[in-house]
Design a protein around this ligand. Structure first.
Ligand code: ZN
Length: 188
């Protein structure tokens, strides 16, 4: 996800009691079902990233990833109804107006921002995280990170923002997939 203006609000509202494995266990199948339903409903609007003809992304990501991953332009990116799923601690996050959000190998992106290559870059980092960790691993790591550190410092977001910053600086080209795999290995 990517939402600079939202960060401050979210930080304040993160609860202090840690998410329990039981809470996650109850919420996970609900979140998973919501993701499937949401992706199915929007699949007709999904476009391959290659259709944008971005010139820099191919230096960082495999061609196959750029061909199989799709993005969905939308006015407001959909967030799971976490409060209704028993996770009211994430109410502020759920209401956030984000620029993009990734679910598995699909990401939603604000219609007005579809030409922003760096935003696609950020969401593609999440696509790799989803793939490496698997859906349950990704959601557990994301929820725990959000819970413990807040949006901005949640390790999976920090990784995406750090990589995005390097991409924007165009300091050096790097293989994004290897970057994510190494960073995730360090977290374990
Ligand atoms: Zn993000």
């Amino acid at each position: 996800m990517s939402a600079i203006a939202q960060r401050r609000d979210l930080m304040v509202q993160i609860g202090s009691v840690a998410l329990t494995p039981e809470e996650f266990h109850i919420a996970y199948p609900r979140v998973q079902a919501w993701i499937q339903k949401t992706l199915t409903a929007h699949e007709k609007d999904a476009q391959p990233i290659t259709s944008m003809r971005f010139v820099r992304l191919p230096f960082y990501f495999d061609h196959t990833l750029l061909e199989t991953t799709k993005f969905i332009p939308i006015d407001r990116v959909p967030m799971p109804p976490l409060s209704a799923m028993g996770l009211s601690r994430f109410a502020a996050f759920e209401q956030g107006d984000f620029n993009g959000v990734t679910y598995l190998d699909r990401y939603f992106i604000k219609r007005t921002l579809v030409t922003e290559e760096a935003l696609h870059f950020h969401e593609l980092i999440h696509v790799i995280q989803w793939r490496v960790l698997g859906p349950e691993g990704f959601l557990a790591a994301y929820a725990n990170g959000l819970d413990q550190f807040g949006y901005e410092s949640c390790p999976l977001e920090k990784m995406a923002y750090d990589a995005e910053a390097s991409f924007k600086r165009s300091s050096a080209i790097f293989a994004a997939e290897d970057f994510v795999a190494e960073q995730l290995a360090d977290l374990r």
